[in-house]
Ligand binder design. Sequence first.
Ligand code: 5AD
Ligand code: SF4
Length: 475
Amino acid sequence: MLKPDFKEAKKRTKKEIKVLKNEYVIPEKIKNVGINKKYYIKTYGCQMNEHDSEMISAILEDLKYTKTEDYTCADLIILNTCAIRENAHNKTFGMLGRIKHLKQTKPNLMVGLAGCMSQEESVVNKIISDYKWMDFVFGTHNIHKLPQILKQAIESKQLEVNVLSNEGNVIEGIPSKRASKYKAWVNIMYGCDKFCTYCIVPYTRGKQRSRMKDDIINEINDLIKQGYKEVTLLGQNVNAYGKDFKNISYNMKDLLLDVAKTKIERIRFVTSHPWDFTDEMIDVIAKYDNICNYIHLPVQSGSNRILKLMGRRYTKESYIELYNKIKDKLGENCSITTDIIVGFPGETDDDFNETLKLVNECKFDSAYTFIYSPREGTPAAKMKDDVSLEVKQKRLYQLNEVINKYAKMKNDKLVGKTVPVLLEDVSEKSKSMLAGYTDTMKLVNVKADKKYLGKIVNVKITDAKTWSLDGEINE
Ligand code: 5AD
Ligand code: SF4
């Protein structure tokens, strides 16, 4: 049994990060284990988890399992979990309750836990004591070992816990079964070294490890050959890309430049931390048309006092300066979105008003807003949390009102304009419509024939709502 250990997970030594290329191996004994069997994956949380689930799917299909969207029909269920807030935990445990019932009627059903919750000591202890009926737990560092872990669980018929808390390496060569045929996630780095005081990610995802440039570019060239139109470069803090290289001088600006030169039609990247956002990066984004005019730039709070307690390493003033610089260089039409936390320990009305002031100044295109959730093991969890839930909820509501006002205002400005949209799916609104995104990441529902799927087409915007636009093809 290998259990996670937060003390180990917190360590950041100077040890060189290894790139391991031959770690994904399927043991002969289980290479056909999934024949006539179905798997179901439930993914919680961020894009990183979405992409991890694409890898888990590919591994299971290498083992000959086929996918089902209905967990009650599955022979193998994996929950790929998120640890960022308490409600993510609650959703997982709620689902495990339903699966437990299912397993009572299907004793051969195998059930596994993956993702960030698996990296939490307290969660794994709870699984070991109260969820013995589960079959396996693996973490974010050893997805490639899933065949071996599954084999062990099948052979031992006991709960197999296999979670690493070392700083981690970069593992290449894990297959991926991508959910979309047109846009793809591409990891450029793993982990995070920022240790914002509220955040669990540096513990669950480990030390910052950047992938080598050639591995990233080869992956993107391969995606282009397969017909992909868009890549999103993924990392917890993508601007810090390359900072962990020992003898190589190559950073996010260099990578963006090289990715732009592959000529893939659209490039996005998430998530950016304002600390590492350089002028050179902005210049490259401005210069290349295939780098989307869309920046997700989490601010978290508009109060300098709270930003300091959060360990964010910038002030409200320096954030606004960066914001204005991006707008100046990319043009007024570029879109900037953000993340904001309300109710951080000790947040006063004055602090919250500073956040509202910042939102009124920046007028974000949209924002993800959250009530602070204490995460065990983080420094903020030890701070006195004296803001009542009622106040936190009131602040969230008030903040959302302002955010929504600006989101609608930005969308209204697009009515009558013609913008390129990558049509990627049938619209959730109506089967006779397609849906896609502008390069500024606005969702558009378009009256269009299915022949346009996977194409970037000019769309005239006819109507604006808070969270989406309507449009028609304008060729
Ligand atoms: N409580 C609430 N929100 C959080 N986030 C990260 N940790 C917490 C927490 N403990 C939010 C931040 C981050 C986004 C992904 O989730 O805003 O940018
Ligand atoms: Fe968490 Fe992002 Fe801060 Fe890293 S930079 S600790 S992932 S909020």
